[in-house]
Design a protein around this ligand. Structure first.
Ligand SMILES: *[C@@H]1O[C@H](CO)[C@@H](O)[C@H](O)[C@H]1NC(C)=O
Ligand SMILES: *[C@@H]1O[C@H](CO)[C@@H](O)[C@H](O)[C@H]1NC(C)=O
Ligand SMILES: *[C@@H]1O[C@H](CO)[C@@H](O)[C@H](O)[C@H]1NC(C)=O
Length: 254
């Protein structure tokens, strides 16, 4: 019997997962239990598969596609889904004052990107559920550590190059130089009604187009499967700058 190595990681983490890497326990356990429930069903299915998955077939990128709900965004016609990442970080906002008459202003996001390419190819339903629990999990203190609960490897960093240019820098170590996607927001849709809202709602799903400054063949980036990240509707009681935890899945097209 062959079980995908990353699936084994999931199982290992499920037995070893201490509560300590969670920011707080709010509604986390149900989501996590649901997630591990799906993982064990998957493992049982693999156990009963007559033709075991071969390692060579275990990460076929041609099987990668965006979640169905993303079809309201411009489609990636003619492009190739090259990498998929779980993004985990914060959406940052500022407030002019703490009154209900001012509105928070988005000043960008800062997130680590973890390589979920094979998960997107093999288990898109599990991947789609991941942000729901990931946004509660603190980033590892060791920058290069894998990210629980799926033990994904660091793939890059997401931040804003300037106020209007989301950057995805996929150069991490000396051996992992995968280029830089400089992007511009071209379209957005509200997260689906069943998205994990956190305190103030899930950030929009996005279609970002690569712009000048991009290193590599990146043409488009999609932000989907968002969990949390939205700000309150007014600045009432808010500090002058604040962060909202979020997670999302990013698809990189070339
Ligand atoms: C946004 O939050 C991150 C994470 O804490 C922080 O490091 C960064 O400085 C903030 N960025 C801005 C533009 O305020
Ligand atoms: C992501 O993981 C896949 C499979 O291990 C690998 O082929 C690819 O190079 C990785 N991408 C990045 C940007 O690290
Ligand atoms: C931000 O950077 C992009 C890419 O270099 C550039 O085209 C744009 O003019 C810059 N915008 C601002 C507001 O500086």
């Amino acid at each position: 019997m062959y079980i995908l190595p990353w699936l084994l990681c999931l199982v290992a983490v499920s037995t070893a997962a201490p509560a300590t890497f969670y920011d707080d326990a709010y509604d986390y356990s149900d989501n996590l239990l649901n997630y591990y429930g799906k993982v064990s069903k998957k493992i049982n299915k693999l156990r009963h598969t007559s033709s075991p998955t071969k390692a060579s077939e275990s990460c076929d990128r041609s099987k990668i596609s965006l979640p169905a709900y993303a079809s309201s965004l411009p489609s990636p016609t003619g492009l190739t889904a090259t990498y998929v990442a779980l993004g985990r970080g914060t959406q940052n906002y500022t407030c002019a004052d703490s009154t209900a008459s001012s509105t928070p202003v988005a000043i960008g996001a800062v997130a680590n990107l973890y390589n979920a390419t094979c998960l997107a190819a093999n288990e898109p339903d599990l991947l789609a559920d991941l942000p729901t629990i990931a946004y509660k999990i603190a980033l590892p203190t060791n920058e290069y550590a894998t990210f629980p609960p799926a033990n994904l490897e660091l793939m890059g960093h997401h931040f804003f190059y300037n106020a209007t240019t989301p950057e995805f820098n996929l150069d991490t170590t000396k051996d992992k130089q995968y280029g830089i996607a400089m992007t511009n927001k071209e379209d957005s849709i509200n997260a689906p009604s069943d998205a994990t809202k956190g305190e103030y709602g899930a950030v929009t799903w996005l279609y970002l187009e690569a712009v000048a400054g991009t290193v590599g063949d990146y043409k488009a980036v999609y932000r989907v499967d968002t969990a949390s990240g939205n700000c309150p509707t007014t600045c009432k009681g808010m500090p002058s700058a604040f962060e909202i935890q979020y997670a999302a899945v990013y698809y990189f097209y070339t």
